[in-house]
Each structure stands twice: as C-alpha cells, then as structure tokens.
Design a protein around this ligand. Structure first.
Ligand code: FAD
Length: 308
C-alpha cells in the first residue's frame, strides 16, 4: 500500500468508527485526531484507529487553532492523506491544514479507492451534474468527507494508543460568547428508516402528517434543501443531498419531492426508495424502487391508517 498513513481529523467523535473502518481499507496505519480531553479520547479507544491524538481545546479556543501542530505531526510521515470531517469547523481546519502541508483540499469526497499506489477521490461537481475523479500529486493530501460514505462496522474493536498532541495551539481568536441554537437534533446518518419531505408540503403545520407517518414507520424525518433553507420549516441539519446529509437507510419514503440530482446524491445509497408525487413525470420516479402517483395529502392518511 503506497499510502502508509491516514489521519482522521474530526470535531465529532460519532464518526470515528465509520471513518476508521473506511481508512483501514486505504492505509496501514490510522491516526485519529480529536478535540477534547484525554478522558473523552480514551472512551473512544476502541473506535478502530491505531492511535488517537487529542487536542485539549481551551475554553474560548477553537479546534482550528491546532492546525499547525497537526500539520507538523502529519509531516513526520513521508506521505499521508488527512481526512477531515465535513462540518463547518472541519472545512475551516481543512483549509488551514492544506496551507501548512503545502497541498490542496478536495472537498465533499464521496468515494475513495487505492489505484496505482495512489488514493483516488471521487466527488460531485457542477452542482451535482457530474462526478470527478482526482488524486493528489503532492506527498500530502487533505480531503473533507461526510459520514454515511463508508459502511459503519457492526461493532467497534481495537485499543488505540491515546496521546496528547505535541505543540501548542495558535489561538488567534478568542470567543466572547456562545448561544445555544434551539434547533432539534436528528441523526439521519444512523437512521434505518427516513421520511423525506419536499416542497410538495403546502404548510409548515402539515409536517405533522409526515411525522405521523414517521411514527408508524419508526423513522426519522428529513427534507429537501428548500424546505430547510428557504422555508425554514426544518433545521438545516435535516436536509439531505450533495450539500447536505448523505444517508443510506434501509427504507426512505420521499414525499412531494421532485428528485433533482442534488437531492438524489444524498439519498441514492438507500436500500429501498419509495416515492409519492402527484406529477408522474417527476424525476424522483426514475430513482425510486416503488412509486405512487398522487396527492400526498390524499394518500398519507390511508397509508398511516394501514400501517398503524
Ligand atoms: C449547487 C446546488 C446544490 C444543491 N444542493 C442540494 C441538496 O444538497 N439537497 C437538496 O435537496 N437540494 C439541493 N439543491 C436544490 C435542488 O436543485 C432542488 O431545487 C431541490 O432539491 C428541490 O426540492 P424539492 O424537490 O423539495 O422541491 P421541488 O423541486 O419544488 O419539488 C416539489 C415536488 O412536489 C410535488 N408535489 C407538489 N404538491 C404535491 C402533493 N400534494 N402531493 C405529492 N407531490 C406534490 C411536485 O410535483 C414536485 O415534484 C441544490 C441546488 C444547487 C444549485
């Protein structure tokens, strides 16, 4: 294997088992870099990494302050890929790391493979209309990646060595205050079933009927980007697609959603896709395993009754 080392850098411990399992298929040695104290890092010692390096972010500090010591640690290897969690914080860190490692960032990679002793990365380009395959020409490469890309291991194993990062953070920014966001949380990536709501929904109150379907299916509720970003009817963390969450549940029921490529890119790894749309020419039907042409407002009450 030409790449001996993959560094996973994440501000979210929850992605570690999936990222470590994916990284182990690419490299011999996997180091996870996390942000928090030693106790939290030790709790995740069985995530599948060979080593966990923790960065104890100070009160008022930020993970990206550690870009310089993380880059210095990566440079101890002759060649490495740095896989950064695709969060707002992660993208900021990826940019800084690429500067200190004198390389580029490949953002939102959705497939990785080893070809001709090099790691090849695939990602969606041109607003979702094409896929591009790229590899780094430099010894180091930085990528951002979302959870849901690799298969999560059925159970975690291993006993990683846990060490503090060597070197001090830069801390150029001091946080003055922090206000908690009042949005609900949802774990779409881990969901086995999802009800996916599109702009066919006429009013925010009508989300109730979609939630009722989710209840009988024991599913989470997600949506298309305009439902979250334009209408603001659901938190932004709930929208799926190439710029949102990428999911692969066993079942996804897609309601009143046209099925544009940018949305499909986030749900097309689902095992079974069921679509309900009143327009029989809607592109979603090309991607669905089962389709119902009709008004969701008429179909849902009887569907919920049947499933209850
Ligand atoms: C760079 C870029 C990135 C993007 N990234 C994403 C992304 O990550 N995720 C994402 O979702 N979008 C993304 N978009 C937006 C995307 O292109 C679409 O605009 C969006 O997905 C459409 O959302 P929708 O299907 O809910 O709405 P619409 O396209 O408006 O579709 C609504 C559908 O509801 C149906 N309908 C209406 N009423 C009913 C009813 N009563 N019963 C049944 N069916 C009904 C209609 O027939 C229609 O098909 C992106 C766009 C760009 C340019």
């Amino acid at each position: 294997m030409a790449i001996q080392s993959v560094f996973i850098v994440t501000d979210n411990y929850a992605v570690l088992p999936e990222f470590c399992a994916g990284a182990k298929n690419l490299a011999d040695y996997v180091t996870a870099v996390v942000f928090g104290d030693e106790a939290a890092a030790k709790e995740h010692a069985s995530c599948g990494a060979d080593k966990i390096v923790f960065c104890p972010v100070s009160e008022g500090g930020a993970p990206e302050d550690y870009a310089t010591p993380i880059a210095a640690m990566v440079k101890e290897q002759p060649k490495a890929i740095v896989m950064v969690n695709n969060s707002i914080r992660g993208r900021c860190l990826a940019g800084k790391l690429s500067v200190y490692l004198d390389t580029a960032v490949l953002g939102s990679v959705n497939e990785l493979s080893v070809e001709n002793d090099t790691i090849s990365c695939r990602r969606v380009v041109y607003g979702g209309t094409a896929q591009r395959k790229e590899s780094f020409t430099t010894p180091y490469g930085v990528i951002t990646i979302s959870s849901g890309i690799f298969d999560s291991p059925a159970e975690v194993s291993g006993n990683a060595e846990v060490l503090p990062i060597a070197g001090a953070p830069a801390e150029p920014i001091h946080r003055i205050s922090r206000n908690e966001k009042k949005e609900g949380t949802v774990n779409l990536v881990a969901a086995k079933r999802i009800v996916d709501v599109g702009r066919g929904l006429a009013a925010k109150e009508d989300l109730e009927i979609c939630r009722n379907l989710a209840k009988v299916l024991d599913a989470e509720v997600g949506c298309s980007r305009p439902v979250a970003e334009n209408n603001k009817w659901m938190p932004k963390a709930c929208y799926m697609g190439i710029t949102g969450v990428q999911v692969k549940p066993e079942l996804i029921v897609v309601l009143g959603l046209s099925g544009q490529v940018q949305h499909i890119g986030g749900i097309n790894k689902s095992k079974v896709i069921v679509a309900i749309n009143k327009d029989k020419a809607a592109p979603i039907f090309k991607n669905a395993d089962f389709g119902l042409v009709g008004d969701m407002y008429k179909i849902l009450p009887s569907l919920i009754e049947k499933l209850s």
